[in-house]
Design a protein around this ligand. Structure first.
Ligand SMILES: Nc1ncnc2c1ncn2[C@@H]1O[C@H](COP(=O)(O)OP(=O)(O)OP(=O)(O)O)[C@@H](O)[C@H]1O
Ligand SMILES: [Mg+2]
Length: 322
């Protein structure tokens, strides 16, 4: 993949070499001919992507919707899937979480090749991921605490431990006071925060946030983005975030949560420019953007590269920011 590239004419996927490093996790895969990135002993580089899509296609009766999706997400990276409505963001997120199966192509997540897994294996696999559904998907008949603790209940914790973990994660999203409430009692933004708390509750290494700001006002959207930023900067969550809001991508790329001051501060250009293209070492904590257009990746790169684009479609898309 090229860096920061305009992908009006996406090149055919070059090879699977870019994801061969997964054989560390998956002994069934053959070792990769890919050369190792330069060694940096002081700052060891993450050498295998946590998520990789290779030439993924998906269609329905009406025809193909995803036309050969290729990308990688490296440990610590935040990948923003930016695109207008209907461009395929949710489908990509669901494919990555094993909620949908691709028609062709290959998907690896945390060392598993999803296409090779049985439904039972996928069920188990999904328990290790966080997923914030676009529609929220909270259970309205149980309390906020029970929603958040839903997956933790499978961990055989004592009641006291379970309550403590649920309170901790509700505190993280600043909603501890809603512990005994029902989702129906909450505003849209609060429900979204509960969904995020649920996704983060068992500290998954990878979280998919599907359009977490959709339908929210700009101020509430900013709160949600700050929360995602805190997950990234305090818990080192690797994530994919689908959104149609250009501001979400720039917010995540240009700001970071500073644990010292407990505040959001400017990243001072220390964001991800170039990121993994320069030997993976900088991918950690980097934020990179994929712009989707009609089921294809049209741009891939750092947010600041997107800002400098001379492509007419992208310029128009950037200008659409509220
Ligand atoms: N189950 C389905 N059957 C048929 N078409 C589908 C199905 N799911 C999605 N699509 C189509 O695939 C395309 C991409 O859908 P997707 O939900 O991924 O878009 P999106 O980028 O998430 O949009 P939004 O920003 O509105 O959430 C759309 O044209 C949609 O109508
Ligand atoms: Mg969607």
């Amino acid at each position: 993949m090229s860096d920061g590239s305009f992908r009006g004419q996406p090149p055919a996927r070059q090879s699977l070499a870019g994801i061969g490093a997964f054989c560390i996790y998956n002994p069934r895969m053959t070792p990769s001919p890919r050369p190792a990135p330069p060694a940096d002993m002081a700052n060891p580089a993450p050498v295998e992507p946590l998520i990789a899509f290779s030439d993924v296609h998906l269609g329905f009766d009406e025809g193909d919707v995803l036309h050969g999706i290729n990308f990688e997400v490296w440990p610590g990276e935040t990948k923003v899937l930016l695109g207008e409505t209907g461009t395929g963001k949710t489908l990509i997120m669901k494919l990555g979480a094993g909620l949908l199966r691709a028609d062709s192509g290959r998907i690896w997540v945390m060392g598993h090749e999803l296409g090779e897994m049985s439904e039972q294996e996928l069920l188990e696999f999904r328990r290790h991921l966080g997923f914030v559904f676009q529609e929220g998907a909270l259970f309205d008949s149980i309390t906020v605490a029970d929603n958040v603790g839903f997956r933790l209940q499978e961990e055989n914790l004592s009641d006291a431990e379970l309550e403590s973990r649920v309170r901790e994660v509700l505190r993280f999203v600043e909603l501890e006071s809603s512990y005994d409430m029902y989702p129906g009692d909450l505003s849209g933004g609060m429900r979204r925060r509960v969904s995020i708390a649920r996704a983060l509750a068992d500290r998954p290494p990878v979280v998919f946030y599907d359009s977490p700001t959709a339908g929210l006002d700009p101020v509430t959207s900013q709160t949600i983005i700050t929360l995602i930023m805190r997950g990234r900067d305090l818990q080192n969550v690797t994530s994919m975030i689908a959104t149609h809001r250009v501001q979400d991508a720039f917010g995540l790329a240009n700001y970071r949560f500073d644990p010292g001051s407990g505040r959001v501060v400017h990243a001072n250009g220390a964001s991800s420019a170039g990121s993994q293209r320069e030997g993976h070492a900088d991918a950690s904590r980097g934020t990179n953007v994929l712009v989707l257009r009609e089921g294809r990746i049209y741009f891939e790169g750092a947010a600041e590269e997107l800002l400098r684009t001379s492509d007419e479609y992208l310029k128009k898309f950037l200008a659409s920011a509220e």
